[in-house]
Design a protein around this ligand. Structure first.
Ligand code: ACO
Length: 325
């Protein structure tokens, strides 16, 4: 038995923030951002729009495409690092805002690998008979957790949500393999230092912007290339596939240069690689599910296609997955 994706959905907030918009806020340029990252624009949530609001829109689309009643779901998993509150979980808000009867719901924190971690958990629960129909969402409102004065990081991120509905299948489709790892020794390279028990909120933490993204970009970059390649290669190997068997590769979209070195090392041609970083930037846990939904809606994934996913993120975490549609 395998778990397969029977519906996907995504939602991007209306407001588009271009590189030119950032030029008015920090000392940067469209040329610098484009050449260093591949990003041209990103979507930012409207005032009052929380992460759960974005997920609700994406989930409604995923549930509709799955052709199921929302009350058939028996588990909700939300991957995010910018949830509505420290607690309750954003998964709880999603359950309530979708008007679903009480079912298990929880959040999962694995940075940009969060959605893949969520799929792996859902797949395992379905195989174990713990759940039958699972909603997995990945979403962020990064605009609320970036430091708007730090040009090194603020230009890199965007807001958005993606969701997928999974169920068991006896067919030769669905999740074929996965690979996932984490190494907390690299935790300090990408961290929101304050707001938890290690550094509770105080006037000082707020004044020093400790509740925002702190990243050592160069070091992250080096690890990212290795982790993305390893995740892609291991997921293919475990599924018994080679790069020739892959119809579409959906990598995490943190930097176009990371994507380019990954596909070169993994021997995957650019035309088989889905890229949307120019339009949505890095949406952390939202990136992969948004890209997966966009790729399906654009007709880039046909029945029988082998799709490869790979991501890395804060933690550090990294993960890969092969899925047959
Ligand atoms: N505009 C103009 N100049 C800038 C900007 C900017 N927005 N940001 C940095 N610079 C400057 C720096 O100050 C530096 O200037 P200096 O030489 O005078 O000191 C210069 O540009 C070069 O800076 P570098 O950091 O060396 O630039 P680099 O080529 O490494 O690119 C970047 C930086 C884009 C952040 C890159 O390192 C990167 O993409 N790293 C990985 C980021 C990533 O993958 N993050 C994932 C997050 S995942 C998650 O889980 C949330």
């Amino acid at each position: 038995m395998r778990a397969k994706i029977i519906g996907t959905g995504s939602y991007l907030p209306e407001r588009v923030m271009t590189n030119q918009d950032w030029e008015k806020i920090v000392e940067t340029s469209d040329e610098w951002i484009t050449s260093r990252t591949g990003i041209k624009e990103r979507h930012f949530a409207a005032e009052g729009q929380a992460t759960s609001d974005l997920i609700v829109e994406a989930s409604k689309a995923a549930i509709a495409e799955a052709g199921i009643d929302k009350d058939e779901l028996d588990l909700i998993i939300v991957a995010t690092i910018s949830g509505d509150n420290a607690y309750p979980s954003t998964g709880n808000w999603v359950q309530s805002k979708l008007g679903i009867k009480p079912i298990p719901a929880f959040d999962l924190s694995a940075g940009c690998s969060g959605f893949l971690y969520g799929l792996i958990v859902a797949d395992s629960f379905i195989k174990a008979g713990v759940a039958k129909k699972v909603l997995v969402a990945g979403a962020e409102v990064m605009s609320r957790v970036i430091n708007w004065e730090d040009r090194n990081t603020c230009v890199l991120f965007g807001d958005g949500a993606g969701a997928a509905v999974l169920e068991a299948t006896e067919e030769d489709t669905g999740i074929l393999s996965h690979f996932w790892e984490a190494d907390g020794n690299l935790g300090e390279l990408l961290i929101q230092p304050a707001g938890g028990s290690a550094m509770p909120a105080s006037e000082e933490t707020v004044a020093n912007k400790k509740h925002t993204v702190h990243m050592r970009g160069n070091e992250v970059f080096k690890h990212a290339v290795r982790m993305m390649q390893e995740s892609a290669m291991k997921a293919m190997e475990r599924a018994g596939l080679t790069s020739d068997d892959i119809d579409l590769f959906i990598p995490h979209q943190a930097n176009i240069r990371i994507i380019e070195s990954t596909i070169k090392r993994a021997n995957i041609p650019q035309e088989k690689t889905f890229i949307n970083i120019d339009k949505i930037a890095n949406v952390s846990a939202g990136t992969i599910p948004i890209a997966l939904d966009q790729a399906r809606k654009q007709g880039r994934i046909k029945p029988g296609d082998n799709v490869l996913l790979a991501a890395f993120g804060a933690g550090f975490t990294w993960a890969g997955m092969a899925i047959r549609f």
